[in-house]
Write a new protein. Structure first.
Length: 165
């Protein structure tokens, strides 16, 4: 089982100035490594700059310790607090890390195919503020994500998902 660890940072620019992003990220990474959880964790965030910092900390650790198995994967969250587009194949070319974690209604078969061709994984999450027909977790919903070829689902209903999928 994998654990998704979301790196949350303030959206407000004034608060963000006082937030010690580097220190928080280094502490998170050190905790993952000290607990021997690297192979079980995926760090993700809407804040792509924070993920870039995490990846630098991660790469430095892996390189300095000659331990590639200690690399923690990253997923770039799309389409929420920040204006990171996930609505076209062209926008997917800018995704770094291991892949993207996008809202279900922003994905198309073309985007999923492009991500897979570039060796990236596609995770999907449900925006519960969207119209109910876009996020209701029923058999049709799960069939849609399966048909899209999505690699991972973030859900509030894992038992239901497991029964249907």
């Amino acid at each position: 089982m994998l654990m998704m660890l979301e790196i949350k940072t303030p959206c407000d620019s004034e608060v963000r100035k006082r937030y010690r992003v580097q220190e928080v990220i280094s502490t998170l990474h050190d905790s993952i490594q000290a607990s021997s959880l690297a192979k079980y964790c995926i760090a993700h965030s809407f804040d792509h700059e924070a993920l870039k910092i995490f990846e630098k900390v991660n790469e430095t650790y892996v390189t300095n310790n000659s331990r590639p198995e200690k690399r923690v994967e990253t997923l770039y969250l799309q389409n929420f607090y920040f204006n990171y587009p996930c609505s076209s194949v062209e926008s997917m070319q800018t995704v770094q890390g291991s892949g993207c974690h996008a809202q279900i209604h922003s994905l198309t078969p073309e985007i999923v195919e492009k991500m897979h061709r570039s060796g990236k994984i596609v995770a999907v999450w449900i925006d519960t503020t969207a119209p109910k027909e876009l996020y209701e977790e029923n058999e049709a919903f799960y069939k849609n994500i399966y048909d899209l070829g999505v690699d991972m689902l973030t859900t509030d209903h894992p038992t239901r998902a497991n029964e249907i999928l």
